[in-house]
Design a protein around this ligand. Structure first.
Ligand SMILES: Cc1cc2nc3c(=O)[nH]c(=O)nc-3n(C[C@H](O)[C@H](O)[C@H](O)COP(=O)(O)OP(=O)(O)OC[C@H]3O[C@@H](n4cnc5c(N)ncnc54)[C@H](O)[C@@H]3O)c2cc1C
Length: 497
């Protein structure tokens, strides 16, 4: 029997990252570990992060979370995609939906090639016509039924989500310690972390430390000086202002991402309120201007004081350093355009459980974990950079910069492939599917020069008939669905917060 060297896990920080980590660890490895979470009410959490992607569902399955209970507790709504407005050029709109476009077939070419062929022949309508989730979201509808596949995520209240996860983790055995971490102790020779010392003098010793302290990276950066790769040259925004408003209409199952002259604005509908925010680059828009613009654009009574949040887009050089693993904002941050941050926390903690260093933290384990994490975050960086770079907007210095900036080679190659041959791909552990790339590439205005000629082997009448049937099946299914608001009211009503 090999010896278990790592048993005491200390989680520094109790935001979404800290409590996601605590809930997952105790659920999967509880009897093998002694888990302590330290958080400070005085410091508080970042308080945003309310839009998710479908991987949240599989993570919740892992934790055997009851969906209705979770949605009631967090005032959650369903999300079928993101509505991108004014991105390609002012007045444009497209939806990046979570749904599958067209029909999965055994053909050697993806559905969009057939659609492109139909377009070339003058029929086929919009690509959006062939996506069930997209059509449902546009109609403001939602339903779940046995045997009817629908791919969705959630909008949720970030504070209530952390509280909900805490409610799972504490009874399952996670010890919570309230207090401000004043000092981090290290082994004098190895530099490994040994204990957190709180302002009260309490020492919390551990074998493995998870840094979930947010942007400050108290362990991974302030103590271990790991280093950070700055990606501002690709993703220029560095500031956000968040504000909550009272709902003025039914909740739609879409996050709205509305571009403005120096960034974009989000709108996230929850059951009890709406989360809003403006994301911008402070070189091009002052905080006062951004706040005035946000408050001028939101609908409904403003419920909270607007709050400025600064960030630097980039990634920690190593997310696992010695016996410290950084999760959440402490590990890096890609701005929130595709709502990927909470997803990254969930993937990282799942991976840590799979690769848990029971026999001690080794360089080999850390190297593997770091390589996987880097691959994932670079893929997300590329996908989000695409939204800024592939634009015809020339109405402000910000968009001029985005349109003409240098982009990563990996993204340039993807764009060239689509431009030349309408090819898009998903490799290995890539997060974004072919349909995601296609929706954004076309939505932002990239017209491919050619496409796979397989579609020509189908005569025009057969292709037109197949497309018409697909569209009419989707239209019929959407027409039968209840409104998203009505579905929420019967499935998971949360009442007032
Ligand atoms: C503007 C913006 C919008 C976003 N939108 C989305 C979105 O739509 N979807 C999405 O997936 N993600 C989004 N994110 C990211 C998301 O908010 C975070 O990934 C998520 O909230 C996790 O944050 P965290 O737990 O790492 O950090 P935090 O919430 O900052 O938590 C840090 C914790 O560490 C504790 N702490 C810090 N220092 C100390 C100390 N000295 N002693 C004790 N405790 C300490 C704090 O008290 C707190 O509990 C957004 C982020 C920003 C900035």
């Amino acid at each position: 029997m090999s010896e278990q060297i790592v048993k005491r896990v200390v989680i520094a920080g109790g935001g979404t990252a800290g409590w996601v980590a605590a809930a997952a660890l105790v659920k999967q490895l509880g009897p093998l570990l002694d888990i302590t979470l330290v958080e400070s009410d005085e410091i508080g959490t970042v308080g945003v992060g309310e839009s998710t992607i479908p991987t949240s569902r599989s993570f919740h399955d892992l934790l055997t979370i009851n969906e209705q209970a979770f949605m009631r507790a967090t005032q959650a709504t369903f999300k079928l995609g993101i509505s991108f407005e004014n991105w390609g050029k002012p007045g444009d709109r497209y939806i990046h939906s979570f749904g599958e476009i067209g029909k999965r077939s055994t053909w050697m070419a993806d559905f969009h090639h057939f659609w492109l062929h139909a377009q070339a022949r003058g029929f086929g309508g919009s690509l959006a016509d062939y996506c069930f989730e997209l059509q449902a979201s546009q109609a403001g509808k939602f339903a779940k039924a046995e045997g009817v596949p629908i791919n969705y995520a959630y909008h949720l209240d970030a504070t209530l989500y952390a509280r909900f996860l805490r409610g799972l983790a504490e009874p399952a055995g996670v010890r919570r310690v309230e207090g401000k971490i004043a000092q981090v102790e290290q082994h004098p020779e190895t530099g490994f972390l040994t204990a957190l010392v709180l302002a009260s003098g309490t020492r919390v010793e551990g074998d493995l430390f998870l840094d979930c302290t947010g942007f400050r990276g108290l362990l991974i950066e302030q103590t271990l000086e790991t280093g950070y790769d700055d990606w501002t040259r690709y993703l220029a925004t560095n500031s956000a202002i968040a504000v909550q408003t009272r709902s003025v209409g039914p909740a739609i199952p879409l996050t709205r991402a509305i571009a403005h002259q120096a960034g974009w604005r989000w709108r996230i509908p929850l059951q009890h309120r709406v989360g809003n925010g403006i994301v911008y680059c402070s070189d091009f828009l002052s905080d006062d201007e951004a706040q005035a613009q946000l408050l001028g654009d939101v609908e409904g009574e403003v419920l909270t004081e607007p709050r400025v949040i600064r960030y630097q887009t980039g990634a920690r050089r190593q997310v696992w350093n010695k016996n410290c693993v950084a999760l959440g904002l402490a590990s890096g941050f890609i701005e929130p355009l595709e709502s990927t941050s909470i997803h990254l926390v969930k993937v990282a903690i799942t991976r840590l459980i799979q690769e848990f260093p029971f026999g001690g933290c080794s360089e080999a384990l850390a190297a593997r974990f770091n390589a996987q994490s880097r691959y994932e975050i670079e893929g997300i960086r590329d996908f989000i950079t695409l939204h800024y770079h592939l634009t015809q907007r020339d109405d402000s210095p910000f968009w001029d910069r985005c349109r003409t900036m240098e982009i990563p080679d990996s993204l340039a190659q993807r764009m060239a492939l689509f431009r030349d041959a309408a090819q898009a791909y998903k490799e290995g552990n890539d997060l974004f599917r072919v349909d995601s790339w296609v929706q954004v590439l076309l939505g932002q205005g990239l017209a491919p020069r050619s496409y796979h000629q397989l579609a020509r082997m189908m005569d025009a009448d057969t292709l037109a008939g197949a497309l018409a049937t697909l569209k009419s099946n989707i239209d019929t299914a959407v027409a039968r669905m209840p409104s998203h608001q009505d579905f929420l009211a019967q499935y998971c009503p949360a009442g007032d917060a």
